[in-house]
Design a protein around this ligand. Structure first.
Ligand code: PLP
Length: 373
């Protein structure tokens, strides 16, 4: 039995996504920019997909562009905002994904002022931690919705509202990769969020499709140039098969959001109940967290050794974030967790395919590892 508990890294493609792709590959081909009837049909598919996903987030005041990954969406959003202004100051958090952190490192090396907010003592973030750093030079605030390593939920609606109440010209961006179609959806029209990044392969589509919502009154500069598709911000022939696949998958998931969340809660509670009294295990879920990402440290067993041990038993978890192999997690460091504990941290993340029997097997193997390693 293969037990896949690394769904924050990527998910198994669901049947709805496969069927959608098969149908597109069999029945549709061509270029959506072509002026003949075939092209117009494909363009309509893209428009309808945009509408479906926008309806889900109540986002008709936004343009939605499709990209190849959240990494690309984050680059378009952050660099696009930076290149559209003379201002130089950005506020963010110390726990962002590498696809935000490294763009900001790049901007910092070009002379931008980057202010990183760390979690407070209880592991959460509050709006005033951000607002007190606003200056005349601030043009962008980027705050993730759910952290990919610890599952911490950040109060992006409150933070964005507080920012706008001080200066409504500041652009607020969120990387919502780990919450999209998993947490109760945000009503974008009613929020103060200007740009919203999400990715398909965390929600059961193949890799290669993601998106960025941009409020219609926000001006960002293009960072790639080409044939003018997608409001000039993401030129290149649209992958309409993947776009439709994403839209069909979102429609399927949105009907089962609360059932899937309840399932995650059952799994989470079961896991925590079973491990909370194992003295070697420390639970690193800090602050207000989601029930589908669990971060643990197993005292005395380095992450890599645990990962290999579990892997040899067909159980797949992650050693901290899959995207930052070999580096000590900057996220856990932000929570003042000591280096030894970080060195022994693993991340377990669920999908709707995860079952209690998978968690039972994991716990048996964790106990076995503690005895023998
Ligand atoms: N942002 C967060 C919070 C993530 O967890 C990830 C991937 O793990 C990304 C961005 C990058 O997503 P993608 O693989 O679609 O580029």
């Amino acid at each position: 039995m293969k037990i896949y508990l690394d769904n924050a890294a990527s998910t198994k493609v669901c049947k709805v996504a496969i069927n959608s792709l098969m149908e597109s590959f069999s029945n549709n081909y061509g270029n959506p920019s072509s002026l003949h009837r075939n092209g117009i049909i494909l363009e309509k598919i893209i428009n309808q997909s945009q509408k479906n996903i926008s309806n889900y987030l109540v986002a008709n005041e936004y343009n939605l562009i499709f990209t190849s990954s959240a990494t690309e969406s984050n680059n378009i959003a952050i660099l696009g905002a930076a290149y559209a202004t003379r201002k130089r100051s950005i506020i963010t958090t110390s726990i962002e994904h590498a696809s935000i952190q490294n763009i900001l490192n790049f901007l910092k090396s070009s002379g931008y002022n980057i202010i990183c907010i760390s979690p407070n003592k209880d592991g959460n973030f509050s709006p005033d931690q951000f607002t007190k750093h606003i200056t005349e030079d601030t043009f962008l605030v980027s705050v993730m919705h759910v952290n990919n390593e610890t599952g911490t939920i950040l109060p992006i609606e409150q933070i964005s509202k507080a920012i706008k109440s001080i200066d409504n010209k500041i652009i607020f961006h969120t990387d919502a990769v780990q919450s999209f179609c998993k947490l109760q959806n945000i009503n974008l029209n009613q929020s103060c969020i200007d740009m919203y990044t999400f990715s398909g392969h965390k929600i059961y589509t193949p890799k290669g499709i993601a998106g960025l919502f941009i409020k219609k009154n926000i001006r960002i500069n293009p960072i790639i140039f080409g044939g003018g598709q997608q409001y000039n911000l993401r030129p290149g022939t649209e992958h309409f098969e993947l776009i439709k696949c994403l839209s069909d998958t979102v429609r399927y998931l949105q009907n089962s959001l609360s059932d899937r969340y309840a399932h995650f809660q059952t799994l989470y509670e079961f896991l925590i109940k079973q491990i909370q009294f194992i003295p070697e295990i420390k639970i690193n879920n800090l602050g207000n967290t989601v029930p589908y990402i669990v971060n643990l440290s197993i005292q005395g067993i380095k992450s890599e050794i645990m990962l290999n041990f579990l892997s040899s038993h067909n159980i797949y978890i992650s050693a901290s974030s899959a995207c930052s192999k070999k580096k000590l997690s900057h996220v856990l460091s932000s929570y003042n967790i000591n280096d030894n504990t970080i060195d022994c941290s693993i991340r377990i993340s669920f999908s709707h395919n995860t079952q209690i029997k998978h968690i039972e097997k994991l716990i048996i193997k964790l106990n076995e590892a503690i005895k023998i390693l």
